[in-house]
Write a protein that binds this ligand. Structure first.
Ligand code: GDP
Length: 327
């Protein structure tokens, strides 16, 4: 089965486009409308460049990334404000598309690049992120998406520190209809991963999604634990996990960026799911994540329902942010 860009686009139909527009409304009203308002009259002057710089930084795009956007924009030599708006749109899309998203394989550019349907070897996605970022929710929804595509999906309750995390995953499993491998709380998460892959191989599952703990306050032991889980997975399937998916709560703004840095450096993250885009005016961090860490955003969470996880399409995202003023 292939999921090229076009199919990814068809995956986001009008309903999803509406959801992206709705979910980005707060980001748009709080900051991006200031940007669109800048294009209201026609002459381009120094003030405009400065105001744009300020607005981008204020939109959580990040200082470095805002300068990169302005450089790209200036290189396009727009002559009127409407040309400038179009050039800004293109620069924002370029930043998001500049990421080599074949590095992350989930919903890759040319195909669904998980090693699905390999004999005796399920595809494995390791889901990481701080507590409360939305990992369990992403796992439940991801499982639902793949089940709808006809795959056999199992999840592993690798956050063994919180009994509630195991229960929550079980609740999603019951609601969506997938199996969960769990041990009692306090068990070794690497052992849970080991069990899940063994069970997955024996029972011919296509995809195993592994939850992990998110105690960033004890960074060293968390990173050691993630490394151990990855080693166990690699030994079991003779390759690295197909994806290490980092879930970032987009309402955390710059703090979310710091998490991206830590997990990207130390846990070998390959892709991002940006949760709670509907929650606060912080959607701008998608640009900084792409530009500063070279990580592709693959999904956005736009609400609390099972079908509120949407494939991330740079063009639809930017167009939603730059919609004209509304109330
Ligand atoms: P975890 O600790 O990383 O597993 O985080 P959870 O999956 O338990 O999510 C934490 C809270 O955020 C829950 O109350 C979820 O319902 C909520 N949540 C997750 N994703 C979204 C989203 O996209 N939008 C909204 N509004 N809430 C979300």
């Amino acid at each position: 089965m292939r999921f090229g860009r076009a199919q990814k686009d068809s995956h986001i139909g009008d309903a999803d486009r509406g959801k992206i527009q709705q979910a980005t409304k707060t980001t748009r009203l709080s900051v991006f409308n200031k940007i669109t308002e800048l294009f209201g009259t026609d002459a381009i002057n120094t003030d405009l460049w400065e105001e744009l710089e300020e607005a981008l930084i204020g939109a959580d795009v990040g200082v470095k990334t805002s300068f990169e956007i302005l450089d790209r924009l200036k290189a396009k030599k727009p002559k009127t404000r409407s040309e400038m708006k179009e050039a800004l749109r293109n620069s924002l899309i370029e930043i998001l598309e500049s990421v080599d998203d074949t590095a992350g394989k989930l919903w890759g550019d040319d195909e669904l690049n998980l090693n699905l349907k390999m004999v005796n070897s399920p595809a494995v996605v390791l889901v990481v992120g701080v507590n409360g970022s939305g990992k369990t929710t992403v796992i439940g929804r991801l499982a639902s998406l793949y089940i709808k595509e006809g795959y056999r999906v199992m999840a592993a309750a690798g956050d063994t520190y919180r009994a509630a995390a195991i229960d929550q995953l079980q609740a999603w499993a019951t609601a969506v209809g997938f199996d969960v491998i769990a041990q009692q709380s306090g068990a070794d998460p690497a052992a849970v991963a080991f069990d899940a892959i063994n069970a997955g191989k024996a029972r011919l599952y296509d995809l195993i999604i592994i939850d992990t703990a998110g105690r960033l306050q004890n960074k060293t032991s968390l990173m050691d634990e993630l490394a151990k889980i990855k080693r166990v997975i690699t030994r079991q399937i003779n390759r690295e996990p197909d994806e290490v998916l980092l879930v970032i709560d987009s309402t955390t703004g710059q703090n979310g960026l710091m998490q991206a840095e830590v997990f990207a450096k130390e846990a070998g993250v390959t892709s991002i799911a940006l949760s709670k885009l509907d929650g606060a005016g912080r959607g701008g961090i998608a640009f900084a994540i792409a530009q500063e860490y070279g990580l592709p955003v693959k999904f956005v969470g736009v609400g609390e329902h099972a079908d509120d996880l949407i494939p991330f399409i740079p063009e639809s995202f930017v167009d939603a942010l730059l919609l004209d003023r509304e109330d």
